[in-house]
Write a protein that binds this ligand. Structure first.
Ligand SMILES: *[C@@H]1O[C@H](CO)[C@@H](O)[C@H](O)[C@H]1NC(C)=O
Ligand SMILES: *[C@@H]1O[C@H](CO)[C@@H](O)[C@H](O)[C@H]1NC(C)=O
Length: 221
């Protein structure tokens, strides 16, 4: 009994070691190749959705209602500054955007950013950076042209968070796939079409560049 144990004992680790070496050398080149080929890709945006975004740029807070509507070629950012201004930013795929208030100030700027709204697959070609936790969700993370860092929930594939190069953070609070804002909601007020108000600003200010058109302008413009 004792002699049989002492005779067989050294062989067990040797065989284990041999198996380890064989499997690890065989597996390694394959797993490296597979990792590059199988990097996850961002889920394209749904053709229509409504999302509430909580924005934070160095403590300046905003809530944004985002209505993305690709089939109708339009995108809406309704931007509420904390205890402040409510701004409507309706962007059309024909390259025109209306940025206005609906209060007594009756402000409106018509912008011609020169590009339409983001395509649903606008994240194609983004660089995969791996997985990280953000806002309590395990996410796949991509970066595109040093402009945006995009976090998508590993499990549900919904966007969770994105960060612009300026340090402005968007936390995705709701994400309603298929929700569409009725046509009447998109109508810019009459004063947007007054001659005096029209068409002056062809080079949108830096603050606006982070809207969806702004993203598109930076990525493709
Ligand atoms: C906003 O971001 C700043 C960092 O830029 C952080 O200190 C602050 O806690 C954030 N505020 C909220 C409400 O998340
Ligand atoms: C683009 O579409 C919007 C909404 O239909 C319209 O108000 C605007 O005049 C159009 N712009 C151009 C340049 O056709």
């Amino acid at each position: 009994m004792a002699s049989s144990v002492s005779r067989e004992f050294p062989f067990v680790p040797f065989i284990l070691l041999l198996i380890l070496i064989i499997t690890s050398t065989a597996a390694e080149p394959r797993s490296v190749a597979a990792a590059a080929a199988e990097d996850p890709t961002p889920t394209p945006w749904p053709l229509q959705f409504h999302s509430v975004l909580f924005m934070n740029k160095s403590g300046a807070l905003q809530m944004i209602d985002l209505w993305y509507d690709w089939p109708n070629g339009r995108n809406f950012n309704i931007i509420q500054d904390q205890l402040g201004k409510l701004t409507y930013d309706a962007e059309w795929n024909n390259g025109t955007s209306f940025v206005y208030t609906l209060d007594s100030d009756r402000e409106c700027k018509t912008l011609y950013p020169g590009v339409g709204i983001l395509r649903p697959n606008w994240l194609d070609g983004a660089n995969y950076l791996g997985q990280r936790y953000i806002d309590g969700f395990l996410c796949n993370v991509w970066e595109k042209v040093d402009f945006i860092w995009y976090y998508e929930d590993v499990e549900t594939k919904r966007p969770v968070h994105w960060v612009f190069y300026t340090g402005r953070h968007a936390h995705v609070m709701t994400f309603e796939v298929g929700a569409v804002l009725e046509d009447a909601g998109w109508q810019a007020p009459a004063y947007c079409f007054d001659e005096q108000q029209r068409g002056k600003e062809r080079n949108p200010a830096a603050g606006r560049i982070e809207s969806v058109v702004g993203v598109r302008r930076s990525l493709f413009g």
